[in-house]
Design a protein around this ligand. Sequence first.
Ligand SMILES: [Zn+2]
Length: 155
Amino acid sequence: MPCKDRDQAREYNKKWYRANVKKRITTIRDWKLRQKALLLEVKSKAGCESCRTHDPSKLRFYHRDLVQAAFDLNQAHDDGVSKARILNEIKICGVWCRRCFSTAHPDDPRASGRMSGRTFQARNRELVKALGMSYGKACNRLRRMVLFNVVRLAN
Ligand SMILES: [Zn+2]
């Protein structure tokens, strides 16, 4: 239904949403489940690069080069990322289980090993420098990617 008037269009959309809210929620939930299933399938087919486990619940995607990273694949199904963008991002990621990744990359801020707050912060600053952006912009991007919690570091 083409509307010339923006307010009229907004009103129409609101009405449509109210009338179709249940259908809309189901559609979005199904879409998210499909994206998640795709990610789980890719992970379990690939398996951990070190120990070869194929249990998708233990596996995570890690960018091989963080500078190229656009978003965190492990969150992508909840963030409404399209299938095409997911498939592109998979090409620049590797699959590891948490333990193997931490063992193989002990200096990486995404490794889950215990680290003092100061070391953690220093590593984050290094990472931000590598991204070649202002600190604020990089923090926002990294927070979106859930690589680490910058807010927690500030406290
Ligand atoms: Zn492993």
